[in-house]
Design a protein around this ligand. Structure first.
Ligand code: NAD
Length: 259
C-alpha cells in the first residue's frame, strides 16, 4: 500500500527544502517524479540525486505563478508520461515581512501570486491528467495562517497560507467525484533555506521576530523538524494507504501550535 510503483508524481518547488525531500521520498517509493521550479541549478542537483532521467524522472523550469509557463510544463508532462497520479503543490516564498504601512501592493501581490495563484494554477492545469485515473494532491501550507500568528509582519504570507487551506477543502469536495483526493499539510518550523530570501522590514519599536522563535517546539525542545519528516507525511497522503482521506489539514510541527 505504501508503494508508488507505476505512478507519476509532480512536485513544485522540487529544487530544495521540503520539495526536494518530497521528490526523493516519492521516487524511493517507486514513482517517476517531475520536479518543477524556477531555479535550474537547484533542479539539476535534485534530478541528479534522484538518479537522473535514466530513472524516468525529469525537471522542468517554470514559475508557478505563470499560467503560460505552467501550461507548457503540463504539456511536457502529458507528452512524456500521458498520465499524472500525484501532485505536490509545494513551491512558496516567505516574501516581504513588514508592518502594513510599509508593505507595497506589488509585494503583497507577489506573495499571493506565488503561494496562492501558483497552487491554483498547479491543480487547475493538472486536472485533465489527474482525471484519467483519479489521484492525490498534497498542498503545502503552514501553521502560519492557520494556528500560529506570532510572526508580526508576515501578513501576506499568512493570508496566502490560510487561503491554501480553503482552496484544499473546496477542491477536495468538488473533485471527490473524480476520485481525486486533495489534502493540505501545515508544517511548523522546518529546517530549510526559505528564510534566507525573506525581506524583513521593521519600524523602530515594532518587533519583527524571525520565523519560528527558538524554544517553541515541545517535542524537540526547540529544534525545528526536518524536510524529510514532512516528505514522509506527503508520501503517506500521496499513496493508497490514505485512500479514504480527503479535504484534511494535517499539522506537522512537534506540538508547536499547542503552546
Ligand atoms: P525552500 O525555499 O527551500 O523551497 C521553496 C521552493 O519553491 C524553492 O525550490 C524555490 O525555488 C521554489 N519556488 C519559489 N518561488 C517559485 C516560483 N514562483 N515558481 C516555481 N518555484 C518557486 O523552502 P521550503 O521551506 O522547503 O518551502 C516549501 C514550502 O513549505 C513553502 O510553501 C513554504 O511556505 C512551506 N513551509 C515551510 C516552512 C519552514 O519552516 N521551512 C514552514 C511552513 C511551511
Amino acid at each position: 500500500k505504501f508503494s508508488l510503483d507505476d505512478r507519476v508524481a509532480l512536485v513544485t518547488g522540487g529544487g530544495s527544502g521540503i520539495g526536494r525531500a518530497a521528490a526523493e521520498a516519492l521516487a524511493e517509493a517507486g514513482a517517476k517524479v517531475v520536479i518543477v521550479g524556477r531555479t535550474p541549478e537547484e533542479l539539476d542537483e535534485t534530478l541528479a540525486g534522484l538518479g537522473g532521467e535514466e530513472r524516468g524522472h525529469i525537471s522542468i523550469t517554470a514559475d508557478v505563478s505563470s499560467e503560460l509557463e505552467m501550461g507548457n510544463a503540463f504539456a511536457t508532462v502529458a507528452n512524456r508520461y500521458a498520465r499524472l497520479d500525484i501532485v505536490v503543490a509545494n513551491a512558496g516564498i516567505n516574501g516581504v515581512w513588514a508592518p502594513l504601512d510599509q508593505l507595497g501592493v506589488s509585494e503583497w501581490d507577489q506573495t499571493l501570486a506565488v503561494n496562492l495563484r501558483g497552487t491554483f494554477l498547479t491543480l487547475k492545469l493538472a486536472l485533465p491528467l489527474l482525471r484519467k485515473r483519479g489521484g492525490s494532491v498534497v498542498v503545502v501550507s503552514s501553521i502560519n495562517g492557520t494556528r500560529v500568528f506570532s510572526n508580526s509582519g508576515a501578513t501576506a504570507y499568512s493570508c496566502s497560507k490560510a487561503a491554501q487551506v480553503a482552496f484544499t477543502k473546496m477542491t477536495a469536495l468538488e473533485l471527490a467525484k473524480d476520485k481525486i483526493r486533495v489534502n493540505v499539510v501545515c508544517p511548523g518550523a522546518i529546517e530549510t533555506n526559505i528564510d534566507d530570501s525573506t525581506e524583513r522590514r521593521a519600524l523602530e519599536g515594532i518587533h519583527l521576530p524571525v520565523e519560528f522563535p527558538e524554544g517553541d517546539v515541545p517535542l524537540t525542545g526547540g529544534q525545528p523538524g526536518s524536510a524529510d519528516q514532512v516528505a514522509q507525511l506527503i508520501g503517506f497522503l500521496a499513496c493508497d494507504a490514505s485512500s479514504h482521506i480527503t479535504g484534511t489539514e494535517i499539522y506537522i510541527e512537534g506540538g508547536q501550535s499547542l503552546l
